[in-house]
Design a binder for this molecule. Structure first.
Ligand code: CTP
Ligand code: MG
Length: 194
C-alpha cells in the first residue's frame, strides 16, 4: 500500500525523466556556455528534452488524477494518515487547477533535479554521460521533485508523503532505475547503461 502510493505520487517525475531521454534534443540549455573553463550543464541537457519531457510527465499525472477521479481512489486512507492517490492540494478526487500545479511541480521539479545533477557533475570535472558518485544519476529526479514540490505544496506533500514514503522511494528508485536503464540501453534509446 505504502509502496504503491509512493510510486503513484512520484510517477510524473519518473515519466518526465524517462521522456527527456527519448526526446534527445539539439539545443543545449546552456547554449554552449562555459563557466571556469567547463560547460555549465553540457550537451546532455537540452531544451527539447526539458520542455517535452516535462509535458509528458504532466500528461501522465493528469491521466492518473483522472483515473483517481473515476475510481474515487483519492479517498483511500492508508494507516490512518496517508491519502493514496490525489494530486489535488485539497485532496479532492478531482482534476483541479491545483492538481495540475502539483503535477507540474513534480514533473518539472524532477527535471530541475536532473539539471542540478549535471551542474554539479560539470563542477566536479566529470564529462557528459560519465557515471556520478552518491547515486546522483539515480536519485536526481526524486530529489528534484521533492525540492520543488515540498516548499510550494507543503501541506499537500506532508499529508500524502510520510518518512516511510521517502525511505521507500530512496531505496527502491536506484534499483528500478538500474533495471529500466539496462532495458533502455539494450533498445538503443540510451547511450550508457546507467
Ligand atoms: N536529455 C535531454 N534533455 C534533458 C535531459 C536529458 O536531451 N533535459 C537526453 C540527452 O540526450 C542525454 C540523455 O537524455 O544525453 C540522457 O540523460 P542524462 O543521463 O541525464 O544525461 P547525460 O548525457 O548522462 O549527461 P550528464 O553527465 O550531464 O548527466
Ligand atoms: Mg547520465
Amino acid at each position: 500500500m505504502l509502496i504503491g502510493q509512493s510510486f503513484w505520487i512520484m510517477f510524473p517525475a519518473y515519466v518526465s525523466g524517462s521522456a527527456a531521454v527519448l526526446f534527445k534534443g539539439r539545443t543545449p540549455m546552456d547554449f554552449g556556455a562555459r563557466w571556469r573553463g567547463r560547460r555549465v550543464l553540457g550537451d546532455g541537457k537540452t531544451w527539447e528534452g526539458f520542455v517535452f519531457g516535462g509535458l509528458t510527465g504532466v500528461f501522465a499525472g493528469t491521466m492518473q488524477q483522472l483515473f483517481s477521479t473515476m475510481t474515487g481512489q483519492s479517498h483511500l486512507v492508508a494507516f490512518g494518515y496517508a491519502y493514496a492517490g490525489s494530486f489535488d492540494p485539497g485532496l479532492q478526487p478531482l482534476m483541479t487547477q491545483g492538481s495540475l500545479a502539483v503535477i507540474a511541480a513534480l514533473s518539472y521539479g524532477g527535471l530541475v533535479g536532473d539539471l542540478l545533477k549535471s551542474f554539479i557533475k560539470r563542477r566536479m570535472g566529470l564529462e557528459r554521460g560519465s557515471p556520478s558518485p552518491f547515486l546522483m544519476d539515480q536519485l536526481d529526479f526524486v530529489v528534484g521533485a521533492w525540492l520543488v514540490a515540498l516548499p510550494i505544496f507543503w501541506s499537500w506533500f506532508t499529508s500524502v508523503f510520510t518518512i516511510y514514503n521517502f525511505l521507500i522511494v530512496l531505496i527502491m528508485t536506484p534499483i528500478i532505475h538500474r533495471g529500466v536503464n539496462i532495458i533502455g540501453y539494450k533498445l538503443g534509446a540510451k547511450r550508457e547503461p546507467w
